[in-house]
Design a protein around this ligand. Structure first.
Ligand code: BG6
Length: 478
């Protein structure tokens, strides 16, 4: 059994190595509130929540957890947990309200300086995400990352962040989950600006993100690395694609799906170009659909040179899995959703959560880690998000405790039995917060937040105690 009592501290093959880092994460729009305070400008998500009805409970992040005013309490919670690091994101709209790097907003700089200094005083490493979906609305309006002009603006923003905070921040995540914000959340150019033909904007956005990430990485190497000596990655998310049957076609479909979802970004960064199967399949489908070119853009030779190797570790966000079946005989309309030629569905045997997309299949994480080891040159992997959704108000969150226990156990197996180099784990999330489309209807927090109370009271859930114990003992107690 992987789980033992408190004595497991001594049983080294069941424990996380002393060097293993535990953390927890949040994102600016989901927790900060203060949406129009101290010089901050309107972001894409301010705009969306104020002008559309896509969030299921009609809510927004105007106040959220009010962390802009309550960050000291957040640091206290992090201290209670005993985490090694805290992954949070910086709001571009607080630092450079116009989106362009010539107008730095001192109040925003002060806020993040206070947060970073407070963390360091508490012995907690700040891990900073530069972009967690809250692009300044003015740039969203001109087509977001589907517009290549945005690359220069985000590289300038990164430059500003390195120069302001890089003396103290040593772990940087450029972008959080391009698969989510370029592909699965259809909120950018398609909704608010230029209308591109179907099946194009997701590829353009993703292409520009890979290039922007690589440019930020190279900028750091040239200008800051020698002095600041930090490390940089991009947080990539994927479900594990479990073959629906053991037929060769479904096994191939499952591998293809992983190459589409993760390889879309990881393959260029590790191997210098998109996965061959994406290049060939999308070119063929585009021809059948009457496009005079492939809907998947090509990298130029110069781009390939800067892209390949532009990461210091592999940052993975993972929550769930889906069964995956071959659908290569079905040629649908032009859409990135049809291009992978697979069908996905959930196994009714897997556990549920309060978010329909999040079913519990811990073995999927181990299999995914092995896939990454084998496909991407055995990288150092930091799990930058993993977590469980339940309903509001559950303090005795046994579902979350069991999720963390079972997923962490698979991480250990991947490390100890499969030799995967996992070096860090991040629980999503420190506290209940604004969950994008789901508003406040589902909760991911280790801490409960009372969104009805004016001071957004925070209370530790059972899972906070569990996680604290794992961190202290470095083993998975029952
Ligand atoms: C991750 C995001 O994909 O999923 C987080 O990086 C998000 O920002 C989390 O909170 C939970 O997803 P959702 O869609 O339920 O908010």
């Amino acid at each position: 059994a992987v789980f033992a009592g408190s004595s497991c501290y001594e049983v080294t093959n069941l424990t996380f190595p002393a060097s293993f880092l535990f953390g927890t994460a949040t994102a600016a729009y989901q927790i900060e509130g203060a949406w129009n305070e101290s010089g901050k400008s309107v972001s894409r998500w301010d705009h969306i929540t104020h002008t559309s009805s896509i969030v299921v409970d009609g809510s927004n992040g105007d106040v959220a957890c009010d962390s802009y005013h309550k960050y000291k309490e957040d640091i206290e919670m992090l201290k209670q947990l005993g985490v090694d690091f805290y992954r949070f994101s910086i709001a571009w709209t607080r630092i450079i309200p116009s989106g362009f790097a010539n107008d730095i907003n001192q109040a925003g700089v002060d806020y993040y300086n206070n947060l970073i200094d407070g963390l360091l005083e508490a012995g907690i490493e700040p891990w900073v995400t530069m972009y967690h979906w809250d692009i300044p609305q003015v740039l969203n309006y001109i087509g977001d990352f589907s517009n290549p002009y945005t690359i220069d603006y985000v590289v300038d923003y990164a430059d500003v962040l390195f120069s302001l905070f890089g003396d103290r921040v040593k772990t940087w995540i450029t972008f959080n989950e391009p698969l989510s914000f370029c592909a699965h959340f259809p909120l950018s150019s398609a909704a608010f600006g230029v209308h591109l033909p179907a099946g194009i904007s997701e590829y353009l956005c993703s292409h520009n993100i890979v290039i922007a990430h690589a440019k930020i990485y190279r900028l750091y190497q040239l200008k800051y690395k020698w002095e600041q000596n930090g490390r940089i990655s991009i947080a990539l998310n994927t479900e594990y694609a479990e073959p629906a049957t053991d037929s060769p076609a479904d096994i191939e479909a499952s591998n293809r799906k992983l190459l589409y979802d993760l390889g879309w970004y990881a393959y260029p960064l590790v191997h210098g170009d998109y996965p061959r199967v994406m290049i060939d399949t999308i070119r063929n489908l585009s021809a059948i659909q009457g496009f005079p070119f492939s809907r998947l853009p090509m990298f130029t030779l110069n781009e390939k040179v800067i892209i390949r190797g532009a990461y210091d570790f592999f940052a993975l966000n993972h929550y769930t899995s889906s069964l995956t079946a071959d659908a290569s005989s079905v040629i649908g309309s032009p859409s990135f959703l049809n291009d992978d030629l697979v069908e996905q569905f959930k196994d009714p045997a897997w556990g549920n959560s309060s978010a329909s997309w999040l079913t519990v299949y811990p073995e999927g994480l181990r299999k995914l880690l092995v896939h990454i080891k084998e496909t991407y040159n055995d990288p150092e992997i930091a799990i930058t998000e993993n977590g469980f959704a339940d309903e509001p108000g559950v303090l005795n969150d046994v579902g979350r405790v069991s999720y963390y226990q079972s997923y962490l156990s698979e991480v250990l197996k991947a490390m100890l039995e499969d030799g995967v180099k996992v070096t860090a784990y991040t629980a999503w999330s420190l506290m209940d917060n604004f969950e994008w489309y789901n508003g406040y209807t589902v909760r991911f927090g280790l801490y409960y937040v009372d969104f009805d109370s004016p001071d957004r009271t925070r209370t530790a859930k059972e899972s906070a105690g569990y996680y604290r114990n794992v961190i202290q003992t470095r083993c998975l107690t029952e």
